[in-house]
Ligand binder design. Structure first.
Ligand SMILES: Cc1cc2nc3c(=O)[nH]c(=O)nc-3n(C[C@H](O)[C@H](O)[C@H](O)COP(=O)(O)OP(=O)(O)OC[C@H]3O[C@@H](n4cnc5c(N)ncnc54)[C@H](O)[C@@H]3O)c2cc1C
Ligand SMILES: *[C@@H]1O[C@H](CO)[C@@H](O)[C@H](O)[C@H]1NC(C)=O
Ligand SMILES: *[C@@H]1O[C@H](CO)[C@@H](O)[C@H](O)[C@H]1NC(C)=O
Ligand SMILES: *[C@@H]1O[C@H](CO)[C@@H](O)[C@H](O)[C@H]1NC(C)=O
Ligand SMILES: *[C@@H]1O[C@H](CO)[C@@H](O)[C@H](O)[C@H]1NC(C)=O
Ligand SMILES: *[C@@H]1O[C@H](CO)[C@@H](O)[C@H](O)[C@H]1NC(C)=O
Ligand SMILES: *[C@@H]1O[C@H](CO)[C@@H](O)[C@H](O)[C@H]1NC(C)=O
Ligand SMILES: *[C@@H]1O[C@H](CO)[C@@H](O)[C@H](O)[C@H]1NC(C)=O
Ligand SMILES: *[C@@H]1O[C@H](CO)[C@@H](O)[C@H](O)[C@H]1NC(C)=O
Ligand SMILES: *[C@@H]1O[C@H](CO)[C@@H](O)[C@H](O)[C@H]1NC(C)=O
Length: 603
């Protein structure tokens, strides 16, 4: 089962909603440089046609003038019914999205939505997407794009796959530097050696990933060398971008650590255009910041060298839980609470993986039941009997109710290798292209086990009322090595990962074509009611920035926790002019979007 959101009744976010939370400032826009705004495409300071042409020449013709992915659906020279008919499906395919310079898995500020059948055709504009893209194929292209944006005071966006769900790989009136086709190879090192001889505590194997590869590419090199690497649950996620730099959980993270903690060394293009090596011996503060402090804001990572781990056998457990009828939803909730409270012990015994649940959903969740819970969790390097023994205490509790109020189905599967497990039960490419309101929160042992009534209250609120169509994804991916890596002094990861067991994601959708107030109400419900209930249960913990609420008013403390002050220091030292900016990223609170969408300094 891949890690993805079950968002029901989805549609595309409208720009009016996304601009919530950003000040609508209609200041005059002559002299914009002095006002502390980045140059927008309508400003006099915007580079001339000739200047863009010079940039294009310097990157050997790799400058793209962007157009919206759905432009073929609107009147104009590019209108094409067949292309338009295909785009709806294509935008649910994350590989298609990744191959487009500006399409997004979860669109924000969409100025050119795919038209809905039976609804009047609106307007098509660039909206919030970048104006130009440098399709970088070598580190020099990246440095030239950075220099151009800095010298002309224009907004710069860093993009890899476009998977981001918080709008961090897009931006109005910007130049995008796109690293997807920066591909200089993936190489296996039997024993890791730093490029500069920097001593390392890691004596195992490593994989050097030089460029915008996705995990599917890296997994095949790992398989050829019979090693395990920590990568995305979905094989279409980028290896060196936002996933790793923001934390990076995986079916293998409990046993081998978070994605960020795998990085032994990186090559980074900085705001001043220099390309540097970052490891514990040189540029160690940048090295630390990109290991968990979030992508898109300290520099552009060009390559990473990551740990490779010994091959292991895997025992997986597939479990489903549902009420035997709608009369037993409260009994189901009780069983769900039992499951949640068992997670810390399961995890300590070696289990990790992903689950999901919903109550009175709009589609069947387990068998024919619209209420239910599913998970796939697994143990590495253990026997079937060890896995069964770890589950036995919960199985005994379930068996009393099994068949009367709830139906429990447990299956075990054994795999000789991690790859066999991943390919069978995890690494499916999920469907994207839809949006809903998403929020998340970490849960530690105390939140999960201290009070059953408090836990039940959280589950009751996050379940939502019938018709709200809320669903939850449970990522039981911390614990184990993620906790042990708390001792890594070069970690930029939110320290809340070091005590959390669960990253709990709540999502809610809306009917296609819903108006702005319906969408705003849904976001408000997720931000304040649903996440509020999780926050009440675990008030000292924050959330995982890569799968979080883009409207979280407490994002700085929630996403960065105890690392915030350090990360802000790195940002200030390496990028004092904010050449890099992304929503909710470190340093973003110093800027706001004006009425047009331009970035303006607020200090
Ligand atoms: C289908 C799907 C499956 C997912 N599965 C998982 C999962 O299993 N585990 C998990 O932890 N998360 C998962 N996520 C969330 C994922 O971690 C984030 O979407 C993440 O931002 C993706 O990073 P990217 O580089 O691929 O995407 P992008 O959208 O291209 O970039 C995301 C952010 O990283 C920055 N960035 C990209 N490349 C670079 C670079 N080279 N240098 C500096 N900054 C860069 C961008 O500016 C942006 O801020 C999933 C998301 C999707 C859509
Ligand atoms: C950049 O140059 C190439 C090759 O000359 C050309 O095809 C492309 O259209 C140019 N890009 C822009 C934005 O003008
Ligand atoms: C997804 O898109 C890619 C690239 O366009 C294509 O090769 C692939 O066949 C598509 N997958 C599906 C399931 O349509
Ligand atoms: C489209 O643009 C025109 C001209 O700017 C404007 O009058 C009209 O209201 C817009 N339509 C929609 C649906 O936004
Ligand atoms: C980007 O560059 C790559 C490599 O040269 C090329 O294959 C791809 O088609 C380009 N993409 C676009 C949208 O121009
Ligand atoms: C597997 O477990 C054994 C002990 O049971 C241990 O010696 C070995 O190092 C472990 N292997 C891995 C890959 O963790
Ligand atoms: C639940 O009951 C069913 C039907 O009696 C049985 O097949 C199944 O093994 C039971 N599940 C558990 C976990 O005990
Ligand atoms: C139990 O789960 C297995 C594996 O997912 C599935 O094949 C089987 O059909 C399920 N049985 C019931 C009774 O739901
Ligand atoms: C939540 O609690 C309310 C009030 O006790 C109850 O009516 C409702 O059925 C509960 N819902 C769930 C899913 O537990
Ligand atoms: C938005 O849609 C909802 C549900 O269809 C409706 O009740 C409400 O009046 C609409 N609001 C506006 C401002 O159009």
């Amino acid at each position: 089962m891949s890690q993805r959101f079950i968002v029901l009744f989805l549609s595309v976010l409208t720009s009016s909603i996304v601009s919530l939370g950003y000040t609508q400032d209609h200041s005059p826009r002559d002299n914009s440089f002095d006002l502390g705004c980045k140059c927008g495409p309508r400003d006099e300071c915007w580079p001339t046609f000739e200047e863009w042409g010079a940039l294009n020449s310097s990157v050997s013709g790799k400058l793209i003038q962007n157009s919206p992915p759905a432009i073929s659906c609107y009147p104009g020279p590019q209108q094409n019914d067949a292309t338009c008919a295909a785009i709806t499906t294509e935008l649910t395919n994350s590989t298609f999205v990744a191959n487009d310079p500006v399409a997004l898995d979860y669109p924000v500020d969409d100025g050119c939505p795919v038209p809905l059948a039976g609804q009047p055709l609106g307007n098509c504009s660039l909206g919030g997407i970048p104006v130009y893209t440098v399709n970088a194929t070598c580190p020099e292209d990246v440095a030239l794009a950075i220099d151009f944006a800095r010298n002309h005071n224009i907004r710069l966006v860093v993009r890899n796959t476009g998977h981001d769900i918080l709008g961090r790989s897009t931006g109005y009136g910007s130049l995008e530097v796109w690293i997807r086709y920066l591909r200089q190879g993936i190489t296996f090192q039997n024993q890791y050696a730093a490029s500069d001889g920097c001593p390392s505590s890691w004596s195992g194997s490593a994989l050097m990933i030089s460029g915008g590869y996705v995990w599917k590419d890296a997994y095949s090199v790992a398989q050829e060398n019979d090693v395990v690497i920590v990568g995305g649950g979905d094989p279409s996620v980028g290896c060196i971008g936002g996933w790793a730099q923001g934390g990076g959980h995986s079916p293998a993270s409990r046993d081998f650590g978070l994605g960020a903690d795998q990085i032994l060394e990186a090559q980074v293009a900085l705001a001043d255009g220099r390309v540097v090596t970052a490891n514990p011996c040189q540029n160690s503060d940048i090295y630390t910041a990109i290991r968990g402090g979030g992508g898109g804001t300290y520099g552009v990572v060009l390559s990473t060298t990551v740990k490779a781990h010994p091959q292991t056998n895997v025992v997986a457990q597939i479990l489903s839980l549902a009420p035997t009828s709608d009369a037993y939803i409260l009994e189901f909730m009780d069983a769900l609470a039992m499951m949640y409270s068992a997670y810390p012990d399961f995890n300590d015994a070696g289990f990790s993986g992903y689950g999901s649940w919903a109550v009175e959903s709009n589609a069947p969740v387990v068998g024919n039941s619209a209420t239910g819970y599913n998970h796939v969790i697994a143990m590495f390097n253990k026997s079937l009997s060890e896995a069964e023994a770890a589950f036995a205490p919960v199985e005994t509790q379930f068996s009393e109710q099994n068949g009367t109020s709830i139906a429990v189905n447990v299956t075990y599967l054994e795999f000789p290798t991690y790859q066999a497990y991943y390919q069978t039960l995890s690494g499916n490419q999920g469907t994207v292209g839809t949006s809903g309101a998403v929020g998340s929160h970490f849960l530690d042992r105390s939140a999960l086990t201290k009070s059953k009534s408090a836990l039940l209250e959280m589950l009751n609120v996050t379940a939502g009322a019938p018709g709200q169509f809320i669903s939850t994804n449970v990522a039981l991916v911390s614990g184990g090595q993620v906790h042990a890596d708390a001792s890594d002094k070069f970690s930029g990861v939110n320290p809340d990962w070091r005590t959390a067991y669960v990253h709990n994601i709540v999502a809610g959708g809306w009917a296609p074509g819903s108006n702005a107030s319906v969408i705003a109400t849904k976001h408000h419900d997720i931000t304040y009611n649903k996440i509020g209930a999780l926050r009440k249960l675990a008030p000292d913990l924050g959330s995982y920035m890569n799968e979080a609420d883009m409207f979280d008013p407490l994002y700085l403390s929630d996403f960065y926790g105890g690392r915030l002050a350090f990360l802000e220091g790195v940002k200030e030292r390496y990028d004092p002019l904010s050449v890099f900016y992304c929503r909710t990223c470190v340093g973003s609170n110093l800027w706001e979007e004006d009425g047009e969408g331009r970035l303006c300094y607020r200090g």
